[in-house]
Design a protein around this ligand. Structure first.
Ligand SMILES: Cc1cc2nc3c(=O)[nH]c(=O)nc-3n(C[C@H](O)[C@H](O)[C@H](O)COP(=O)(O)OP(=O)(O)OC[C@H]3O[C@@H](n4cnc5c(N)ncnc54)[C@H](O)[C@@H]3O)c2cc1C
Length: 375
């Protein structure tokens, strides 16, 4: 068993060196997940020098430890997004996330697949919700079909993507390093102020700081307590399974459980946060017996998979009440992005690229779209 190591890790990455001493850059990006690396990529394109630091290493948080579903839209189903944000905003966010998925594919060649995805209904109530989602997506010209297959019924979304999230982040890290970014691992930001970031053994002098941290964001920037709340999400994975054939990623029970079968037959299965909701609002990131037992039950009884379990892991993400991410200047010249409510693969990259512009006063359509409406 690989203790708290994600299935995605092929063990070939050479760890980043830690920061020792003083370095200077236009921008310090704190957090080297998909969001921080996308931000760095755009900062470099805008002509800024960048130092990036991570408490662990590239994608050692949720960005390298997630379910690998690369889905368009916000954290809410489309009909809910339309209700909460208005139709034009929900549709435009859907379009921008789709464009971002294409960009992610281009930036990390060979990482992304397009098998489509399925939402399975688990109750009469969820049947009705699937119908509302179907109607809203059809009305807006978004691809959706009814689904009825061996694992149940619900909706099929043709063209939806899946990827190896860790491999993608490592490819992006190599790309930004090749373009001039200087990256350090094992260098947690202990103190973040306008113009200076302190780590255990080093210091970064910079004009701007961008904190691209999803889980535990409110620990780094206590101003965001109440705006974001950290949770733990858990997964397991198996050896290649020959007893099932799952053609595309699937989710059920309102997205609380999700799984996919990889091209080699291995199953990656996550979820179960709702079986221990109070316990899972935590900054801890170790798998627990209670949620893992639920995941194992889904694996064995719902999917009928008998292959041995090879990996169990967990990571932190943060949630917002609005379902929209945070993108804000939290202190003078200190910006924060995060709070993707469990679906940050495409949204996080968009936030990263938008904050690279917003931090320098440049317009960003996406930043405008995720700014909460006045209540
Ligand atoms: C089990 C699980 C399954 C998920 N499944 C999906 C899915 O299928 N699809 C989807 O879209 N989303 C999914 N998500 C959510 C998604 O993974 C995240 O929203 C997204 O990856 C966040 O990326 P990020 O780069 O913003 O943040 P993170 O991945 O959290 O990266 C932040 C980085 O900052 C570093 N850091 C933290 N504090 C400090 C500090 N003080 N100093 C320096 N560095 C620091 C961390 O080490 C980390 O590497 C899942 C998440 C989990 C945990």
């Amino acid at each position: 068993m690989n203790a708290n190591t994600p299935l995605w890790d092929d063990g070939t990455w050479q760890a980043l060196a830690p920061l020792h001493g003083l370095v200077t850059a236009d921008v310090c990006v704190v957090g080297l997940g998909g969001s921080g690396l996308s931000c760095i990529d755009d900062l470099l394109a805008l002509g800024h020098s960048v130092v990036g630091i991570d408490a662990g290493d590239v994608a050692s948080g949720a960005a390298g430890r997630n379910g690998g579903l690369l889905l368009p839209g916000t954290a809410d189903y489309h009909h809910d997004a339309v209700r909460l944000l208005g139709r034009a905003r929900a549709v435009r966010l859907h379009e921008l996330t789709l464009e971002e998925i294409t960009r992610i594919d281009a930036q990390a060649p060979g990482c992304v697949r397009y098998p489509g995805s399925v939402r399975l209904s688990a109750s009469d109530e969820e049947d009705g919700d699937c119908t509302r989602q179907y109607d809203a997506m059809r009305a807006d010209g978004l691809p959706v079909e009814p689904y009825d297959g061996p694992f149940g019924h619900g909706l099929f979304f043709p063209g939806d993507a899946a990827f190896n999230p860790l491999r993608r982040c490592r490819a992006l890290a190599r790309r930004v390093q090749a373009n001039g970014a200087v990256l350090f691992g094992r260098s947690a930001a202990l103190r973040v102020d306008a113009g200076v970031v302190s780590t255990t053994d080093g210091m970064i002098h910079c004009d701007r700081v961008i904190c691209a941290v999803d889980g535990r964001l409110e620990a780094l920037l206590p101003e965001l307590l109440g705006a974001v709340r950290t949770a733990r999400l858990q997964m397991l994975a198996t050896a290649p399974a020959s007893d099932v054939s799952i053609p595309c990623p699937m989710s059920t029970r309102w997205g609380f459980d999700y799984w996919q079968q990889l091209p080699d037959g291995a199953i990656a299965l996550g979820g179960g946060r709702d079986v221990a909701m109070d316990e899972e609002w935590t900054h801890d990131r170790e798998p627990t017996a209670r949620v893992q037992a639920h995941l194992e039950q889904v694996l064995r009884e719902r999917l009928g998979v008998h292959a041995p379990i090879t990996h169990r892991w967990a990571a932190n993400v943060s949630y917002t009440d609005s379902g929209l991410p945070v993108l804000a200047e939290v202190r003078p010249r200190v910006w924060a992005i995060g709070g993707y409510s469990g679906t940050g693969n495409a949204m996080g990259a968009l936030c990263g690229r938008a904050v690279a512009r917003a931090a320098f006063g440049l317009p960003s359509e996406f930043a405008t779209l995720v700014t909460p409406l006045p209540s």
